[in-house]
Design a protein around this ligand. Structure first.
Ligand code: PNS
Length: 181
């Protein structure tokens, strides 16, 4: 019997992961046997959370999802997919505004490696406006993001905000003690 095991890559910046991403991930898990959430290591992009923090956060958010793996990648996505043994790239498509960029990326990836198929999935309507950028902005301006991100992300955002509010006291350089006269 030929048992096919389909592994998909769900790539992105995930800075931070949102409930919209998790919605897509759950849809992908209905179709594919295993999904790798692959975080792009991009030194050019100014991120709120480091790649190591994002790995930790996503692992915590996906603890109950058994067929999910979290990994990082740099370089071409199709090269990573081949190396990881994945034949599918999953991307979420929220609105028409996403379409052009996603279309270009999917066609470029197909040109680079025709053996990798891109599959688009639509999130629940309630997440169609949601993005990591908006979550960060709403949180920064004091809005409630509790329904938009998993609890671990809200906790990390609060911790990050608290750390920024109370930076560690600057250590004073020690001056040489003056000799008593
Ligand atoms: O969450 P994002 O930022 O929309 O994810 C974009 C991502 C990581 C999927 C995309 O930037 C990517 O695949 N980068 C890797 C470089 C690559 O393969 N480029 C060629 C295809 S355009």
């Amino acid at each position: 019997m030929n048992v096919r095991h389909t592994r998909a890559v769900f790539p992105g910046s995930f800075d931070p992961i949102t409930n919209g991403h998790l919605d897509i991930l759950d849809r992908a898990l209905k179709v594919f046997d295993e999904v790798i959430v692959a975080i792009l290591v991009n030194s050019e992009k100014q991120a709120l959370f480091s790649v190591a923090e994002r790995v930790e956060i996503i692992r915590a958010a996906c603890r109950s999802r058994r067929r999910v793996r979290v990994d990082t990648f740099s370089g071409l996505l199709v090269d990573y997919a081949v190396k990881a043994g994945a034949s599918v790239i999953v991307r979420g498509l929220r609105a028409i505004s996403d379409f052009e960029y996603e279309f270009q990326m999917a066609l470029m990836n197909r040109r680079l490696d025709p053996s990798i198929e891109t599959v688009f999935m639509m999130p629940a309507e309630s997440y169609s406006y949601l993005s990591s950028r908006m979550v960060k902005e709403v949180f920064r301006l004091g809005g409630d993001v509790g329904a938009l991100v998993p609890p671990v992300v809200e906790k990390r955002l609060r911790e990050r905000a608290a750390a920024l509010r109370s930076p560690l006291p600057a250590t004073r350089p020690r001056l040489p003690r003056r000799r008593k006269r």
